[in-house]
Design a protein. Structure first.
Length: 77
């Protein structure tokens, strides 16, 4: 499944970053604001974004009377 491969690639990318780089490196984006999160903070932001997305999808699925796929009921609630 595409998501499984994507998860593996993400874990490989995160695993390739040294602990020193996680603590000292900053991710610079091309925005007008001065926001340069650490890799750890960026991963937290990504995770929160996924939780918001899946939370919204679960509300829509309930409204449509459809079951949540896979192990979503244990993961999302």
């Amino acid at each position: 499944m595409w998501y499984v491969a994507l998860d593996r690639e993400l874990m490989a990318a995160v695993g390739a970053i040294s602990e020193e780089a996680i603590q000292t490196r900053r991710i610079v984006r091309d925005f007008d604001v001065d926001f340069t999160p650490s890799p750890s903070t960026q991963l937290d932001i990504y995770r929160e974004g996924l939780l918001i997305f899946y939370g919204k999808v679960s509300v829509y699925l309930r409204a449509m009377g459809k079951a949540q796929p896979g192990h979503w009921p244990q993961w999302i609630g």
